[in-house]
Ligand binder design. Structure first.
Ligand SMILES: Cc1cc2nc3c(=O)[nH]c(=O)nc-3n(C[C@H](O)[C@H](O)[C@H](O)COP(=O)(O)OP(=O)(O)OC[C@H]3O[C@@H](n4cnc5c(N)ncnc54)[C@H](O)[C@@H]3O)c2cc1C
Length: 442
């Protein structure tokens, strides 16, 4: 079962038309809905389950510039600005706090990597820096003598995944957006090649623009439009503890674990380096796309053959729009957590920080992360389908960048000057001869 998410009360009936229909009610879809509604457009957001039911409530809750892919730095800088004013903008609690993040440098190789990243970040005047000795002890008590150094960014922070997207959705609704739960979008209708409507399980919504912010379902959804999005899924697990006294406010990542204090006084804890890759038919189709990324992390990625192979194979067939779709059959993707890796993380954490010795495990869950071959998202219009905007593939770091991404979607939909240059996020990079791969050495 997933973590408890703040409910967004249901709305009945779908509107006959909207300027923009958004497919997916995670942090990206809700942020896009908010900015579009605040620009005065009519918006319908369709979520097949409940708001933030999938990745957006299941993540660690880190909002970070540090160790960000350089191609995402302008957008995360804007996102942090948006997070800063978000509680006021939505008149609610997203949990955003600037409490700093520390990345341990456990080897000379880590230090070299962080220095390379700092070189990339320098033009943006980000306050991240390497700290060691007494200074490291001050920012992360109990670790000063343990590691050679750490990358520390005081202005990075956290937000509450179980609160943020619901609070943003509620504000979008107050700004006029229709926020529809239990409302799967089965597909898109086109007229003269352009987007003309979406067909939901509750009826048709005519629209000129559709935003696909469908997380791990985006690949399947776009395939029905004849588009190939090279996206795979990675399973990551999280543990939530009850309140812990005397443990750090600042979030920490090291190779054994990562943690982040929650508003309720407990901690979200994850394994620092292990993620599970379920083998599915797309793993073979996209093998060459993902090979460079796989080779960069041969230790941390664990390939697994399990029930998802058959499930995705069955779901891959196109379903007529008047029949129940796979989106209605799985309202919420809720994979079983990989408990062994969580226990290893908690044991290592208890050894390092005595404050966690009596921590109680309140819940464990997992989420399926939508990953791209170059580990950066697609936030893009599509030449061959006028009216379509894709916003997906956030590759395990879309929560923090969500508000900026939502704002960029709203800019693309309205033709406003984009909040950042969207070129790096273009869909056409997979077909225009670009060497699509993660940036090495950061
Ligand atoms: C364990 C874990 C830890 C993470 N830690 C962090 C972190 O600390 N910081 C960070 O920045 N990021 C983190 N991430 C990544 C982050 O959670 C995601 O990048 C982000 O939430 C993606 O948001 P989204 O809105 O694109 O997708 P989602 O939140 O997955 O939302 C997509 C929604 O679309 C809906 N949907 C799909 N198809 C349809 C359809 N046809 N009709 C209607 N609705 C549909 C789904 O039900 C779903 O609710 C983590 C992820 C996981 C799993």
């Amino acid at each position: 079962m997933g973590p408890p998410v703040d409910p967004v009360p249901p709305e009945t009936g779908v509107p006959a038309r909207a300027d923009v229909v958004i497919v997916g009610g995670g942090i990206i879809g809700t942020s896009a809905a908010l900015f579009l509604a605040q620009k005065g457009l009519s918006v319908a957001l369709c979520e097949k389950g409940h708001i933030a039911g999938e990745q957006s409530s299941r993540n660690w809750g880190w909002v970070r510039k540090a160790r960000r892919d350089p191609r995402e730095i302008p957008l995360i800088v804007e996102s942090l600005r948006l997070w800063e004013g978000m509680n006021e903008r939505v008149q609610g609690e997203t949990g955003f706090r600037r409490t700093g993040i520390v990345f341990a440098a456990e080897s000379a190789e880590d230090i070299a990597r962080y220095e390379t990243w700092l070189d990339h970040a320098r033009p943006y005047q980000i306050d991240a820096r390497l700290v060691s000795g007494a200074e490291l002890e001050r920012v992360m008590p109990g670790t000063g003598g343990r590691w050679q150094a750490a990358l520390y960014c005081a202005t990075d922070g956290r937000a509450e995944p179980q609160k943020a997207a619901p609070a943003i959705a509620a504000a979008a609704r107050r700004a006029g957006a229709a926020i529809l739960g239990n409302c799967a979008v089965r597909g898109v209708e086109r007229s003269g090649g352009k987007v003309a409507a979406v067909v939901t399980e509750h009826g048709r919504i005519a629209c000129g623009t559709v935003v696909v912010a469908a997380g791990a379902w985006s690949r399947r959804f776009l395939r029905d439009l004849g588009l190939t999005l090279p996206q795979l899924k990675v399973r990551a697990s999280v543990m939530r503890t009850g309140p812990v006294e005397g443990a750090p406010e600042t979030a920490l990542w090291c190779s054994d674990f990562g943690f982040r204090r929650r508003l309720d006084g407990g901690y979200n804890i994850g394994n620092g380096h292990v993620n599970v890759v379920p083998l599915v038919p797309d793993s073979f189709r996209f093998f060459t796309n993902f090979l460079p990324a796989l080779l960069m992390d041969t230790k941390g990625l664990k390939l697994r053959a399990d029930g998802r192979f058959l499930q995705e194979w069955r779901e891959s067939k196109p379903a007529p729009l008047d029949q129940v779709s796979p989106y209605e059959k799985t309202r919420v993707l809720d994979p079983a957590p990989d408990r062994r890796y969580l226990r290893e993380a908690l044991d290592a954490l208890k050894r390092m920080f005595p404050a966690f010795a009596s921590a109680t495990v309140a819940q464990e869950w997992a989420g399926l992360i939508d990953v791209m071959p170059d580990a950066i998202p697609v936030i893009s219009t599509v030449d061959s389908v006028p009216g379509l905007i894709i916003a997906t593939g956030f590759s395990g770091h879309g929560f923090g960048i969500g508000p900026g991404a939502g704002r960029l979607v709203a800019d693309l939909a309205t033709g406003a000057p984009p909040i950042v240059d969207p070129r790096e996020f273009r869909f056409s990079r997979f077909s225009d001869g670009t060497r699509v791969r993660p940036i090495a050495g950061i």
